[in-house]
Design a protein. Structure first.
Ligand code: F0G
Length: 351
């Protein structure tokens, strides 16, 4: 029986006899082929569907490790800044471990489902007049002086947990893909995947992918080479102007002969719709940045025909119902009788 990441990948993780083997059965997520998009793009495209994790995002991988270590070290509380997913994961795992979770979020910029999660898991929710970067600066300061453990991805245990996704990709595919495409926000996840691929390659000669990371255009600090004071994108998960793991992301790019590029909100929106309509996977907008990037790099030749590409779908679409409803044109037919519906079916079939 699968019992979670800490047990499965013990030998690769900072797990010792005092580490509580905390788990909500995170990880072990599917690598789903995307046949329609593959055909359209002329590549072999797979999705690592991290939205099926217990709290609906990849953050569970890092959080199970960070909260287990906090518990092991005798912490009573954890704190994080978040665009929503980190806070949902922190809240769930803290509850599970018997710790208190303080979450600091940018006012009005957290998707509804993520906020609902923090409420339900019983987190102490602090909303600030500022963006994610301001919130992160604040919690780093607080965690230095107060009796709370910081569980943002500047906590190295987060990266340790998250690198397990790369192990799974290699195990599922039988080797590393040619390209790993991933959204970039605070840049922890691209750092973690690259570390994971390298460690697995050292042990198992599984090969290394090129890392293609994608920021949202209005929040593309790494691409522009300077922090952005007022980042903007409808993909609120990656609305980040000064990524904490900036240097590690650049190292992943350079060591792997990859790229960090920007995609526009229009490109993100098109990818967000395309994967749901064509291949039946509902992801959140931040996650769609990776597919938008794949589409862009196939067009530009940075991804070559026939290559095997894994796109990381970091979060579940259900987390952000407002984007689905407000950004995608939907027709809801208001019909009440058998005849009306039968007539509608006939007309729609004829289209
Ligand atoms: N995709 C989703 C759905 C995210 O929530 C995040 C980050 C990213 C991608 C980017 O990952 O920061 O490691 O480069 N969300 C953080 C949060 C910032 O607070 O939930 P990254």
């Amino acid at each position: 029986m699968y019992e979670g990441l800490l047990k499965k990948y013990k030998e690769f993780l900072p797990v010792n006899e005092n580490t509580p083997l905390l788990s909500l059965h995170e990880g072990n997520t599917p690598l789903v082929p995307l046949p329609h998009l593959s055909e359209k793009l002329g590549i072999t495209l797979y999705a690592k569907t991290e939205g099926v994790n217990p709290t609906g995002s990849f953050k569970d991988r890092g959080m199970v490790m960070a909260v287990a270590k906090a518990k092991e070290d005798g912490a009573k509380a954890v704190i994080c800044a978040s665009t929503g997913n980190t806070s949902a994961a922190a809240a769930a795992y803290a509850t599970r471990a018997g710790l208190k979770a303080y979450i600091v979020i940018p006012e009005g910029k957290v998707a509804l489902g993520k906020l609902a999660q923090a409420v339900m898991y019983g987190a102490d929710i602090i909303s600030i007049d500022g963006n994610f970067d301001d919130a992160l600066t604040m919690v780093r300061d607080i965690a230095e002086k107060e009796a709370v453990t910081l569980v943002n991805s500047v906590n190295p245990y987060r990266i340790e947990g998250q690198k397990t996704a790369a192990f799974e990709v290699v195990e599922q595919l039988g080797k590393a893909p040619d390209v790993l495409a991933i959204p970039v926000g605070n840049a922890g996840n691209i750092t973690a995947y690259w570390k994971g691929f390298k460690e697995f390659n050292d042990k198992k000669q599984s090969g290394l992918p090129r890392m293609h990371g994608f920021e949202a255009e209005g929040a593309a600090a790494i691409v522009q080479g300077a922090p952005i004071a007022a980042p903007e994108t409808f993909a609120t998960a990656i609305r980040i102007g000064n990524p904490a793991s900036w240097a590690f992301a650049e190292a992943a790019r350079d060591e792997s002969n990859g790229f960090i590029d920007a995609v526009s909100d229009d490109e993100i929106l098109a990818a967000y719709q395309a994967v749901a309509r064509m291949d039946g996977i509902f992801i959140e907008p931040g996650s769609a940045a990776s597919l938008a990037g794949v589409i862009k790099h196939v067009k530009s030749g940075q991804i070559k025909p026939g290559e095997t590409v894994v796109t990381v779908f970091t979060g579940n679409g259900l987390k952000d119902p407002d984007s689905a409803i407000n950004k995608v044109p939907a027709t809801i037919h208001r019909l009440n009788t058998y005849d009306e519906i039968a007539k509608h079916l006939a007309a729609a079939t004829a289209e």
